[in-house]
Write a protein that binds this ligand. Structure first.
Ligand code: BGC
Length: 767
């Protein structure tokens, strides 16, 4: 697709309105605050193609499962993020003609997502059928300060006429999800009311009884003067609005302010919802739009202070990485451990808004390095809180002990219903254990292990213990019938990555048990008792660790993705005619399964996670073997390849891999951005810059850097928070500068050399 967004360092800008690109833009220009999110739908009526999306984090619907062939063990429902009450709606009628960008002539259309200050703005001129010309400017945001507040400023200026404007400012809870298994609506009406300039609508999900209450106030000014208008109430089921009729004068601007408080019974008592939303609204209205917007800018400034990446000499790259960081910060803010990060964030319905292994495997490093500790800790607590459900899930599938976390979830229960993923993609359990290691390794918060971590680790280790089978003839433990991260192979035996991460989990669990025993015997004993942990179990893990079978080819010196991988016809992707790519759109599933082509990092995912366990030669042989056969048809894949390529000194490859996701959505690289953005893969892009080009990692309580700069860039810099300090790392073609922006001194390792970095000091090293 032709690039259509203007390159700009701090904004995403679309000039000219093209209805064919509107749904893509609706995704890209989405706004969110971790609590709620809103696609860039127009405030006014739009009868062209659109995907309406107002999402409230954690409010979901268990849509009854629909499958062709039922298999025992499938979940009864698929949890979906809900398209909720449309709170942005403004119907605009000028002298009897409705403003609808699908019907009027639109010129000078500019849409801007201001990432620096966190708002969406749109300006355009419209010529109505009756020849009337008007200019419109709308600005809106969801506040990252007052999480339940959304605010809109909508300005209309007639250019060649004076006449009458009819505005209906409304809340509409009669909305649908496009992705509904049985094409039903998910919301029931509860209450609606209009009181002068205020209106309120409460709706409730047909299952689970989530209540969503929106309350709005509309204010209208002309020439900066508030109009004292008596509106007309417009009410119907699940809908409340106020209609205003306003004389408008040529060249004079009428401004409509709409303030909305969206609250749910997830956060407040059900019988208080209307009162809470009215109170929140009151606070927002008394601050006023400009103050709310200033507070928004200040809060975003603080976010950027910790998380910005600056790339000099490449505006496209700069815009791409800032967009990714912006979307990640819009999606998850970490105060609420019941929430998580859906693969599309708040930008679409696809993937149900649910939690995948993406969180632990790809997103956690971003939040570890750019936000306070409690935020990544909450991502771990989320899984801790789902432990009982994960145990139930394992029982449901016939395991006597242990926990199997779901592949896709909202509330801890499995939501996914494709057997090869639901039942077989069990490697996800390993990522959840790995995240505990990653968190503790990064933060040094070892208390977490004794408070929560150990329980999760033991239950996952137990699952692996039961899932492997001992093959006496080979005196080895095997794991049969799995799907590895590479979903282009199903029901394989001994997926190297799964076997390795399983065995690693058991080993790490043993280490944590030893650590607890040594440091706090009482606590250790408490857990042994609570978990009913027996010595024989731990010994069994040792036996499995020692005798786990790992497919490998000694001659090639590579780990085999699974048994039989070498029996495939091994062809590099670059020998395929372009017309076959992407395979998932051009080949039958059967053909994909039989081929050697790899959807996403699999063996290499293991080399990334357990990087310290393998020498350079091993990493190099495996990278050289697998990279040419990898089609990267999951956007989660290139980042891992980029990081390894950096480590191996494959600079061009690293940059090529980085580019594949850096602007994935901005350039609609996969032709699917209209469904929503690839939010979790954005964290992968961040990893590619910081862990790849920056060579950033934490090992043995030390912060390690080994930066290299792509030839295409003049310089790049990133920020990381580490043990209370904030460092800014600036890399140009000659040198690396590390600035300590805090008072906390620390020792870091740059290109294998230890350097003492005092508080507020900067050091420079040639690269
Ligand atoms: C990938 C999975 C991922 C999911 C959600 C799939 O295409 O293969 O690894 O968890 O997308 O992002």
């Amino acid at each position: 697709m032709k690039e259509y967004l203007e390159k700009n360092e701090w904004s995403i800008i679309e000039r000219g309105f093209d209805p064919k690109k509107h749904m893509i833009s609706e995704s890209i220009f989405s706004i969110g605050n971790g609590h709620m999110g809103q696609r860039a739908n127009f405030e006014e009526t739009y009868t062209g193609d659109t995907l309406q999306g107002s999402y409230m984090a954690g409010v979901y619907y268990p849509d009854k499962t629909r499958v062709g062939w039922w298999k025992n063990g499938y979940p009864e429902s698929f949890a979906k993020v809900l398209n909720s009450t449309n709170w942005i709606g403004l119907s605009i009628i000028i002298d009897g003609e409705e403003l609808d960008l699908n019907k009027v002539k639109v010129t000078e259309f500019v849409r801007e997502l201001n990432m620096k200050e966190g708002y969406l703005q749109r300006t355009f001129s419209a010529e109505l059928d009756n020849g009337k010309l008007l200019k419109v400017k709308s600005t809106r945001f969801v506040s990252i300060v007052d999480k339940e507040i959304g605010a809109i400023k909508y300005e209309i200026t007639p250019i060649n006429f004076s006449g009458e404007l009819e505005v209906t400012s409304f809340l509409d809870g009669d909305v649908k999800n496009v992705d509904a298994n049985y094409d039903e609506k998910f919301w029931n009406p509860i209450h609606h009311a209009v009181n002068e300039n205020r209106a309120t609508v409460t709706v409730q999900t047909k299952k689970l009884n989530y209540q969503f209450c929106s309350t709005m106030e509309t204010q209208i000014t002309q020439d900066g003067q508030m109009l004292n208008l008596a509106g007309t109430a417009k009410e119907k089921e699940k809908y409340a609005g106020v209609l205003y009729q306003i004389p408008i004068t040529k060249e004079k601007t009428t401004t409509i302010y709409k303030y909305v408080a969206n609250v749910t019974n997830r956060d407040h008592a059900e019988d208080q919802l209307q009162m809470v939303s009215a109170n929140e609204l009151e606070k927002a209205v008394s601050k006023g739009f400009d103050t709310l917007k200033e507070e928004q800018a200040a809060a975003w400034k603080a976010k950027w202070l910790n998380s910005d990446i600056v790339i000099e000499g490449d505006v496209a790259a700069q815009q791409g990485i800032r967009f990714n960081i912006f979307q990640l910060n819009q999606t998850y803010s970490g105060e609420d451990a019941r929430l998580n990060i859906g693969p599309k964030g708040f930008t679409g319905e696809k993937y149900g808004g649910s939690t995948y292994w993406d969180t632990e495997a790809y997103c956690l490093p971003f939040y570890l390095a750019t936000a306070e500790e409690s935020i990544s800790r909450n991502l771990l607590i989320y899984r801790y809180n789902h432990l009982e459900k994960a145990k139930e899930n394992a029982r449901k599938l016939g395991f006597e002990k242990g926990a199997l976390y779901p592949m896709v979830t909202m509330n801890g229960e499995e939501s996914h219903n494709e057997w090869e993923i639901t039942f077989e993609e069990i490697h996800r359990n390993g990522a959840i254990a790995y995240a505990i290691y990653n968190y503790v390794n990064y933060t040094g918060d070892e208390r977490y292990l004794g408070e929560y971590g150990i329980e999760v680790l033991v239950e996952i280790a137990r699952f692996w213990e039961e899932r492997v089978n001992y093959v006496a003839k080979k005196d080895a433990y095997m794991m049969l019938g799995v799907t590895g991260p590479n979903e282009y192979e199903n029901n394989v035996h001994n997926n190297w990555y799964t076997n390795r991460i399983a065995s690693w989990t058991m080993q790490y669990t043993q280490e944590v048990l030893e650590y607890l025993k040594k440091t706090d015997l009482e606590l250790y004993q408490k857990w042994v008792n609570k978990l009913g942990l027996r010595d024989e179990e731990v010994d069994k893990w040792t036996d499995i660790i020692e005798k786990m079978y790992y497919p490998e080819d000694k001659e090639l010196g590579v780990f085999l993705q699974q048994d039989g991988f070498l029996d495939k016809e091994l062809i590099p992707v670059d020998q395929l005619d372009e017309k076959h790519l992407p395979l998932n759109q051009n080949w039958s599933w059967d053909r994909i399964l039989r081929s050697c082509f790899i959807k996403q990092a699999d063996v290499l995912q293991g080399l990334y996670f357990l990087n310290h366990e393998f020498d350079m030669e091993t990493k190099k042989r495996n990278f050289d073997f697998y990279e040419p056969m990898t089609v990267h048809e999951s956007s989660l894949s290139p980042c891992v390849h980029a990081i390894l390529a950096c480590e191996l000194g494959y600079k061009e490859k690293a940059y090529e891999m980085y580019l594949r996701t850096a602007r994935l959505d901005l350039d609609n690289y996969n032709n699917d951005t209209e469904d929503g953005c690839h939010t979790t893969s954005m964290a992968g892009t961040w990893m590619a810059v910081v862990e790849g080009f920056g060579g950033f990692k934490i090992a043995n309580d030390e912060l390690i850097l080994r930066p290299f700069i792509p030839g295409q860039w003049k310089s790049f810099s990133f920020k990381v928070l580490f043990r209370g300090a904030r460092l800014k790392v600036i890399v140009d073609q000659e040198k690396v500068t590390v600035k300590n922006e805090t008072d906390i001194s620390l020792t870091i390792v740059v290109y294998d050399k230890k350097v003492e970095l005092q508080g507020n000091e900067a050091i420079t090293i040639a690269n």
